[in-house]
Design a protein around this ligand. Structure first.
Ligand SMILES: [Ca+2]
Ligand SMILES: [Ca+2]
Length: 160
């Protein structure tokens, strides 16, 4: 009987070590892509013109309290899922289905692809005001967008 207990304790210890090792390996793999970004890289990106084709060029964005955030009918052109009564009110594809969960409907801000085209589409709903829009304020922008790193905030120069 003592042998069985020792075997169980040994299995628990080996299992614990294996689980901990697996977690540590996974943790390293889950490091964010920005983990290796140096501040100098971001300062350089801000200095590059957004017209550069480089992935490192940063487009400045400034907050606009009047910029519309849109809710579109998606690629199928119909509110919610096409030919489905998403909100169960007995009417298929009525306007109140726009943005239904699981549909192709999209929420778009000025920085999103397709935003300009959506402004002219019928059935598009403005769900709020206030968003970041491309601007040319250079190093004083509220935030920046790069193809390589996505969004980042540069912060106040005095904090350096
Ligand atoms: Ca749709
Ligand atoms: Ca409906």
């Amino acid at each position: 009987m003592g042998t069985w207990i020792r075997l169980v304790v040994l299995l628990v210890i080996v299992g614990g070590v294996a689980a901990r090792t697996r977690m540590l390996v996974r943790f390293r793999q889950l490091a964010p892509p920005t983990a290796a970004v140096e501040r100098e890289d971001l300062v350089s990106a801000i200095s590059n013109s957004p017209d550069d084709a480089s992935d490192d060029a940063a487009q400045p964005y400034c907050f606009s309290a009047t910029a519309a955030v849109l809710l579109t009918a998606g690629r199928d052109g119909l509110p919610g899922k096409a030919d489905v009564d998403d909100n169960l009110d007995g009417i298929v594809d009525d306007r109140r289905e726009t943005g239904a969960v699981g549909s192709d409907d999209e929420c778009l801000g000025p920085a999103d692809p397709g935003y300009q085209a959506a402004l002219d589409q019928p059935g598009v709903i403005t769900i709020s005001k206030g968003a970041f829009v491309a601007c040319d304020s250079g190093q004083n922008a509220d935030r920046y967008l790069t193809p390589r790193w996505g969004w980042f905030v540069a912060g106040d120069k005095q904090a350096e």
